[in-house]
Design a protein. Structure first.
Length: 109
């Protein structure tokens, strides 16, 4: 007879057979109407890494870089408008538009 699956709780220490690693349960992701064996758990895994494998994420520097790039594109647009260069202005508008996360306005044939 199959062994009854015990319901895991937050902070339970577990061994993840498919990864061969230990972890800690952060919570469950219950699917209503599904049996326990078909449910999912969110598990935090601790993995030891060498310093050369790690890179610090500097969100402030990334934000400043994105803002500087956007400002360059805005400056390009301003120059095109001052020079009354319509084709350059349209290209610059499209470039700024895409930089802020939209689909391209201009389609290439």
């Amino acid at each position: 007879m199959a062994e009854e699956t015990k319901r895991l709780k937050k902070n339970d220490e577990v061994y993840i057979k498919s990864l061969g690693m230990h972890g800690k349960v952060l919570g469950g992701r219950d699917i209503i109407g599904e049996p326990e064996e078909d449910q999912f758990y969110i598990v935090q895994v601790i993995r030891y890494c060498r310093p050369s494998d790690l890179e610090l994420i500097d969100r402030e520097a990334e934000r400043e870089k994105r803002e500087a790039e956007l400002q360059k594109k805005r400056d390009r647009l301003a120059r095109a408008l001052e020079q009354k260069n319509v084709s350059e202005a349209l290209a610059a508008i499209d470039d700024v538009w895409q930089t802020i996360g939209h689909e391209p306005l201009l389609r290439k044939k």
